[in-house]
Design a protein around this ligand. Structure first.
Ligand code: SF4
Ligand code: SF4
Length: 441
């Protein structure tokens, strides 16, 4: 289940003409850009690493219960290909089925009792200014630097064939203050990380994307004429990756978070794996409570305990932001690169979805930044008519969740949209498999 439909105080102004023409409505849903210190939660007693899939193939475990692992050792494999290097030393305590924190299909997770946090570099340090491009790319591959957003591709794979790259130094959802805080804490490293990406990524144009309120600090990250500053409105959903890419003029532009860019820099210059995830604890009204530094692989059960959250029946726990995050059904799921926020919504504040029919009020269309006919997409998706939903622009949807947050009938529009996209992707994969099996005809 996705979270859209929380009773957010998103105020919808009447879009002005130019906004209607370029398809961007004017929402009073500001993003938070002021920095907040990170509280380090330390190492929990157990870490869980979800193996997931690579290019549709299920990643299997490369370790057995009782094995001792060292930092950098692969936890997963497909044939002789290694995946998911362990960021810690420890002992494998379980290999079992677990939910995906990002609402993908469940899969195998490797549970490690950590011996200690990594304090020493795992790889030899490279010089960011002079290391060969191939050496840097290989480092990013073995360190498995992954994009946070779905799908969780490796940075090196995502860069391949990409003409435009955006390092996004603003947060994507209301209340999240990870990027804004990192920019304040590690501004010099951020500048070096951008310079490294500009030197080795092979893209024609690199942008630093920043909310207008951060443009002065972001402008300092632009080291050369090949790097441009992309100024974004400091309101949701203008910093969502698809909106950012569209603003570059290249809708295929790759958007990476500042945290990913810094992880890539740390892997090269300090020889480190990404041991931590930074996230913001956000309340049900979209206000930041605190910033946390969490060991990668921390289970929600440990995170909830460390944050003193008291969960009751009917509450919602959302991993990710309020608008596009994923409601969790199990505390076994563990933090990975895609989790920028944790939101606890008490049961009495949850506004439940209904299976009421659409009343054609048009509120979803008014709020949709792409002016999609959301009511039709929702109707066709609900009845399994996914191709018809596609004809109404399903693929263009950026999954901002605004439609669901305003739906008068409280229809679960974002869930329907994601289900339709997933079904169509599975159908396409099945068709491809049949084509391959029949010799590619
Ligand atoms: S249809 Fe997609 S893009 Fe439009 S408001 Fe809904 S989630 Fe956002
Ligand atoms: S907001 Fe909800 S009820 Fe209104 S048109 Fe859209 S789907 Fe229908």
């Amino acid at each position: 289940m996705t979270s859209a439909g929380l009773n957010l105080s998103v105020k919808i102004g009447k879009p002005r003409l130019w906004q209607r023409l370029c398809g961007v409505a004017d929402f009073s849903c500001p993003l938070s850009v002021s920095p907040l210190a990170f509280r380090d939660l330390g190492l929990p007693p157990m870490l869980s690493f979800f193996l997931g899939r690579s290019q549709g193939q299920v990643i299997g475990p490369a370790v057995l219960v009782g094995d001792e692992v060292s930092p950098g050792q692969a936890l997963g494999k497909i044939d002789d290909k290694s995946f998911r290097p362990s960021p810690v030393a420890g002992v494998i305590r379980a290999v079992r089925e677990c939910p995906d924190i990002q609402a993908g299909p469940g899969g195998t997770a490797v549970l490690i009792e950590p011996a200690s946090a990594v304090t020493a570099p795992v790889f030899a340090a490279l010089d960011a200014k002079s290391a060969a491009v191939e050496a840097v790319m290989e480092r990013w591959r073995v360190a498995a630097i992954r994009l946070g957003n779905r799908p969780r591709s490796l940075l090196v794979d995502a860069l391949s064939g990409t003409a435009s790259l955006v390092v996004l130094v603003s947060d994507q959802e209301p209340g999240v203050r990870v990027a804004a805080s990192l920019l304040a804490e590690r501004g010099d490293d951020a500048r070096r990380a951008v310079a490294l990406l500009a030197r080795v990524s092979g893209v024609q144009k690199l942008w630093v994307g920043a909310a207008a309120t951060q443009s002065e600090a972001a402008g300092r990250l632009c080291p050369s004429s090949a790097t441009g500053l992309l100024t974004l409105p400091a309101r949701y959903p203008h910093t969502l990756a698809p909106m950012v890419a569209a603003r570059t003029g290249d809708a295929q532009a790759l958007v990476v978070s500042l945290e990913t860019a810094l992880a890539a820099y740390d892997a090269v210059v300090h020889g480190r794996l990404q041991e931590h995830k930074l996230l913001t604890l956000v309340n049900s009204r979209g206000a930041s409570i605190e910033n946390l530094q969490v060991a990668m692989g921390t289970r929600l059960s440990d995170l909830v305990a460390a944050c003193n959250l008291r969960l009751h029946s009917g509450d919602k726990l959302v991993a990710g932001g309020l608008m596009g995050g994923t409601s969790q059904y199990s505390l076994e799921a563990a933090v990975d690169e895609g989790v920028d926020a944790l939101v606890h919504v008490p049961g009495e504040e949850v506004v439940p979805f209904t299976d009421e029919p659409c009343i054609n009020c048009g509120a979803c269309i008014d709020v949709c930044p792409l002016r999609l006919q959301v009511q039709n997409i929702g109707r066709y998706s609900e009845f399994g008519k996914f191709s018809e939903a596609r004809a109404y622009g399903l693929d263009a949807c950026i999954e901002c969740g605004l439609c669901a947050s305003v739906c008068t009938a409280r229809r679960p529009l974002l869930q329907l949209i994601r289900m339709a996209k997933r079904e169509l992707a599975q159908q396409a994969a099945a068709d491809e498999a049949v084509r391959e099996a029949s010799g590619g005809d």
